[in-house]
Design a protein around this ligand. Structure first.
Ligand SMILES: [Zn+2]
Length: 287
């Protein structure tokens, strides 16, 4: 738009209706677009527009406010102008619903959502912070699990839990950077996971046949408990159960029937942990 194309009019002669949002009583510049009048702050607009700056300099004519009418032939619509003002007045609150929606969908598509798809992405703590802030429920649970069980934060003050190893620094787990309320939820979740899984890990499994139960009794300590304690297994129920499932139980003397039965049972335990996390995290099931 050019200076020549803009008319300055007397506010008293102006019959435009006031904009519901951008009519500020302490405004110092009245602008008209189509039939809507905006009472704006001259300093905010002139800071971004040398054109308006030069224009309003010429209107110090005794009126308290300057009035500028933008001619319709310039094709500036009220909608466009509202968007511009949203930007100028609310730098921090740009609202592009479609872009926001696409960004949400993209983030969700990049991160694990299910027990089957569970993985431990890099920067899970940053992703978790976003997932909580923007209420990206489908990815929150897996991220809470990853941050709680695979990243390092101050060990919880367990009551008599001296034997329980929280994720150790020895393996150089990355430190967690999340807001304090999120960190507290991670700590609480880890406590819940350990409390839930401890009796499961330390109770020797039994089988349908006496001989198979004997096999489990003999092997549970060396094959299950010891490796778990060496690898933070108590803090990571899902991975520990997977390691138990992945053992070649047949070569250790378990019959095929019992192997199949136990594997189903351990998968069931994984699902129980996964499902209980909703409750432990205080999350409604939202998709
Ligand atoms: Zn058997």
């Amino acid at each position: 738009m050019t200076v020549n194309g803009i008319n300055q009019t007397d506010i008293k002669a102006n019959t435009a209706r006031k904009h519901p949002t951008y009519w500020f009583d302490d405004g110092s510049l009245i602008l008209q677009v189509e039939d809507v009048a905006y009472n704006l702050h001259k300093t905010i607009l002139t800071r971004h527009s040398p054109l308006l700056q030069s224009l309003t300099r010429n209107t110090e004519d005794g009126y308290k406010v300057s009035v500028v009418q933008i001619p319709e032939e310039l094709g500036v619509t009220g909608e466009d102008f509202d968007k511009l003002l949203e930007h100028l007045y609310h730098d921090m609150y740009l609202n592009f619903p479609n872009v926001h929606k696409l960004a949400r969908e993209r983030i969700i598509s990049l991160l694990p959502r299910s027990l089957e798809g569970l993985s431990h992405p890099e920067f899970a703590d940053q992703a978790l912070t976003l997932a909580v802030r923007y209420e990206l429920y489908p990815i929150q649970k897996a991220l809470f699990y990853t941050v709680s069980t695979h990243m390092h934060f101050e060990e919880h003050d367990g009551e008599g839990d001296a034997n329980i190893e929280a994720p150790s620094q020895a393996e150089a787990a990355p430190s967690v950077h999340v807001p304090p309320d999120v960190l507290q939820r991670c700590k609480d979740l880890l406590d819940q996971l350990i409390a839930h899984f401890t009796p499961i890990l330390f109770t020797v499994a039994t089988a349908g046949h006496m001989a198979c139960t004997d096999v489990l009794a003999e092997t549970w300590m060396p094959l299950v408990i010891q490796p778990a304690l060496e690898n933070n297994g108590l803090c990571r129920p899902i991975e520990t159960l997977q390691a138990i499932i992945d053992l070649d139980w047949g070569t250790h003397g378990l019959c095929q029937e019992c192997v199949a039965e136990k594997v189903e049972e351990w998968k069931g335990e994984q699902a129980v942990v996964w499902n209980k996390m909703d409750e432990w995290l205080g999350m409604q099931k939202k998709e």
